[in-house]
Design a protein around this ligand. Structure first.
Ligand code: SD4
Length: 314
């Protein structure tokens, strides 16, 4: 007869179970911002049907990529200063496989293209026209290059002064980063964005940079970032957090330390927002940001909650 489940719970979000001596994880996903709720719901559909975490993090953020009310992810996003929407995305598995696209135009689901880069090419990152050509080659359709009504209105307003000045926590939505673990203990993460509004044409943020906006190591855990990408890249944010967890920090401690590093390097702290999310392979998770206002969605068992992150400034 099979031995029964035994369960041990300690700290936030821990979910360690053993079944017949083998580790069985309780699946969970965590995503940045309140748009993470809808993304997590989709991911959960997959995880609760014993799907794998890679499918869950791809399908989850695809919901955000086509959400008409989200202006910082997908083709509905705010354009660059030339009025063109360019997209960045990355995806990574616990075994180190990863793929990313950057400065991509006209593709509805950059995250799916990032996964194709991972699975179908010998490369990690494709950008611009090369990425678009690869999408066409893989049978993806090019979307018409028309700004969404909201993005168009915002762009027309912006042109009056035409200043580049990222606003922190603007309307409380931002890049989506999703990290999680499935019932077999596999980990993966995804990150997708239209980047900062009114950026220079050609600017690429942290989201498609493996180790900056996203990093996953199945031996340790996963981390993702949102906020001012330049500041995240400077400290290799997601990689730093995973390395700190490898050295024994909890996900919460690791996120806090990464924020401190970013603060130490920041030249305009008052106007800088960065938010980090992390989860370790045991299922502990944590989050921290520079400014208040960052929140995240956590789906665990049948329950989903939207949580306000702690922050350096109160
Ligand atoms: C970037 N981190 O492109 C992304 C976008 C974001 O606030 O999170 N915006 O820098």
């Amino acid at each position: 007869m099979l031995a029964p489940f035994s369960s041990k719970v300690s700290g936030i979000g821990i979910s360690k179970n053993t079944f017949n001596g083998q580790r069985v994880s309780q699946p969970q996903v965590i995503s940045t911002w309140n748009h993470g709720m809808a993304a997590n719901d989709k991911a959960w559909e997959i995880l609760s049907a014993d799907g794998n975490i890679l499918d869950a993090v791809e399908e989850g953020v695809k919901v955000t990529e086509v959400d008409k009310n989200v202006f910082s992810v997908g083709l509905n996003g705010i354009p660059d200063r030339e009025g063109i929407v360019t997209l960045d995305a990355s995806i990574m598995k616990g075994d180190g496989s990863c793929g990313a696209v950057a400065f991509l135009r006209q593709i509805k689901h950059p995250i799916t293209l990032a996964r194709m880069v991972m699975e179908k090419t010998p490369h990690v990152l494709l950008v611009g026209e090369g990425a678009r050509q690869f999408a066409i080659q893989e049978g993806m359709q090019l979307e018409e290059e028309v700004l969404s009504p909201n993005a168009s209105k915002a762009y027309e307003n912006w042109k009056i002064n035409a200043k580049y000045k990222p606003i922190i926590n603007v309307e409380n939505h931002d890049t989506i980063g999703m990290i999680g673990i499935d019932a077999t203990g596999e980990m993966a993460g995804s990150c997708t964005t239209s980047g900062l509004g009114y950026k220079m044409h050609g600017r690429v943020g942290d989201s498609p940079i493996i180790g900056a906006g996203l990093f996953v190591d199945g031996e340790v855990g996963a981390a993702t970032a949102t906020g001012l990408g330049e500041e995240v890249i400077r400290i290799c944010g997601a990689f730093l957090i995973v390395e700190l967890m490898r050295q024994g920090r909890t996900p919460q401690e690791a996120c806090e330390e990464a924020v401190k590093r970013a603060i130490a390097k920041s030249k305009d702290l008052k106007n800088t927002q960065i938010g980090f999310l992390a989860i370790n392979k045991e299922g502990d998770f944590g989050a921290f940001s520079i400014q208040p206002g960052f929140n995240y969605a956590h789906h665990h068992k049948a329950k989903q909650s939207l949580v306000d992150s702690n922050s350096w400034f109160k």
